[in-house]
Design a protein around this ligand. Structure first.
Ligand SMILES: [Zn+2]
Length: 177
């Protein structure tokens, strides 16, 4: 970096200079018109900014600003929620797609088919066994079933008849008195 570049940097950065640096800058400004103009224009601009009257905001500005902030915060929250939902759905989709790929891979399909066929075999064996057991007890079960139905019918008939007879006897006794 040559002296010109260094001085330019000092001016733009508004560097706090040591006495030696101040002297070096003074000497350079006397020789270099460009740095001289830059230095004086910067000082002039800063002074101009400092002298400018302070502008007060329009009435109700802070109120409107706060309302805007609240609105913007709410909108941001809504957008964040939508983004989160989208992210979660994307994650779920990716997970389901990958699990589908794993589940429907040829190896797994064969395994699942074998498992299902085993299950059907087991179920049919159980049903067959139950059929065999029932066929052994078929005749005794038939006798017991028919016997109990007959007994029930006989009980009902006997009970009805005896009730009727008792009523008739009572009626006869009442009419005799
Ligand atoms: Zn210069």
């Amino acid at each position: 970096m040559n002296t010109h570049e260094m001085i330019e940097k000092w001016i733009l950065e508004e560097k706090a200079l040591s006495p030696e640096e101040s002297l070096q800058m003074k000497e350079h400004l006397a020789d270099c018109h460009q740095c001289y103009c830059l230095h004086h224009n910067l000082i002039g601009s800063l002074a101009c900014i400092q002298r400018a009257p302070e502008k007060k905001p329009a009435s109700g500005f802070s109120m409107r600003w706060q309302q805007q902030m609240i609105l913007r915060t709410k909108e941001k929250e809504k957008t964040d929620i939508v983004h989160m939902i989208l992210k979660v759905s994307a994650l779920i989709s990716v997970l389901s797609i990958s699990s589908c790929i794993v589940f429907f891979s040829p190896g797994n399909l064969i395994k699942t088919a074998l498992y299902i066929s085993d299950l059907f075999k087991f179920l049919s064996a159980q049903i067959y066994q139950l059929g065999t057991v029932l066929s052994v007890f078929k005749v005794p079960l038939l006798f017991i079933g028919i016997g109990s139905i007959l007994l029930l019918v006989i009980y009902v008939i006997v009970a009805t008849l005896s009730t009727i007879t008792i009523r008739r006897i009572r009626k006869g006794a009442d009419s005799h008195e």
